[in-house]
Design a protein. Structure first.
Length: 317
């Protein structure tokens, strides 16, 4: 079981939809890998319908992004069981259930963070997923409450045979607008210590780098740290001493080009929109003369070839 093998405290790359696809995960893995990867969230109701092929791109993984957890979301417990039963065969190390996404449409459909207020359905989803999991560890990633902080949610989750609870330290209502409440994450750790010392707690929210993560481990007692947006500021975010500040414009552009090449190899038939790549432009192309002009040029491209040409042109000029 993967969680028995991870040395505490462990670091996790957060799932970020349309960001942490297989291409970007290979980049992070090649620079300074976390101890654990997650896929983007993938909908079980879609995976068990005619839309399956379109969604399977979310479950594509590479050679370097290991170990890796498949993250699922949806509304129908039987679909969770069905998809869970296939995950081991696909080579994943665990199954995570998204019970934190605050997206308005998703919540309206009763999924993800809406489950914080629908304990019957949340419980059924967890139970059916465990039933289907073929012994793979099952975890939940969630927030500290729906409209207000709600510790009863964690009392509830701790009744199940979950191996890990990952806590994003904000309520659903807070979206990403306020600093994460690490003190509440610390309170859940105390509850866990009393009620279910076997469950691992991963803390998440605003962690900037490894050092920051280690300080939060000491202060709040979490077993692991998950980092999401920090990777945009520094793709070496999991390293003990990042060379990113010393990277030359040329090195940054070469790294972005490798990412685009990987994207092209993984999605040769337009399975993903090229525009997705330009969410990254700011992450790679920053802090040098001409960076904003170069980013502006990239914003209008339609193909990976065009993007690579522009980047090559900049290097030659
Ligand atoms: C663009 C984007 C997409 C996200 N997609 C997912 C997702 O698919 N599944 C999930 O559990 N969380 C998702 N999240 C939330 C992150 O995993 C994480 O909980 C959040 O960004 C807070 O961590 P951070 O402050 O380290 O970024 C997403 C966040 C962002 C910014």
């Amino acid at each position: 079981m993967i969680y028995d093998e991870l040395i505490k405290p462990f670091f996790v790359l957060a799932p970020m939809d349309d960001v942490t696809d297989v291409s970007f995960r290979q980049i992070v893995a090649s620079l300074s890998p976390p101890d654990l990867f997650f896929t983007e969230f993938v909908n079980v109701d879609g995976l068990t319908s005619q839309g399956r092929d379109r969604l399977m791109i979310k479950l594509k993984k590479g050679k370097k992004d290991r170990p890796i957890i498949a993250q699922l979301w949806g509304s129908n417990p039987d679909n969770f069981r069905q998809v869970a039963s296939e995950i081991k065969g696909m080579g994943f190390d665990g199954i995570d259930l998204n019970m934190g996404c605050p997206d308005r449409t998703i919540v309206k459909n009763g999924c993800c963070s809406a489950l914080i207020n629908d304990r019957d359905l949340a419980g059924e989803i967890i139970s059916k997923t465990i039933e289907g999991s073929n012994g793979l560890p099952v975890s939940v990633k969630t927030r500290i409450g729906f409209n207000t902080v709600d510790l009863s949610w964690f009392d509830f989750l701790m009744k199940f045979d979950l191996k890990v609870i990952t806590i994003h330290g904000r309520t659903k209502k807070e979206m990403s607008k306020v600093p994460a409440h690490w003190d509440i994450i610390g309170e859940v750790v105390q509850m866990r210590n009393k009620q279910r010392p076997d469950i691992l707690i991963v803390g998440n929210g605003d962690v900037e780098n490894r050092q920051d993560g280690l300080e939060k481990v000491r202060k709040y007692g979490v077993d692991g740290i998950m980092i999401g947006r920090g990777v945009f500021k520094d793709p070496f975010v999991f390293s003990t001493s990042s060379p990113w500040n010393q990277y030359s414009p040329q090195e940054k552009i070469e790294l972005f080009s490798s990412h685009i090449e990987l994207f092209r190899t993984n999605w040769p038939n337009g399975e993903r929109k090229v525009a997705q790549l330009f969410k990254f432009a700011k992450a790679y192309i920053n802090n040098f003369d001409g960076a904003s002009e170069l980013r502006a040029q990239l914003m209008n491209v339609k193909t990976t070839e065009e993007a690579l040409d522009i980047l090559r042109g900049y290097l030659v000029a």
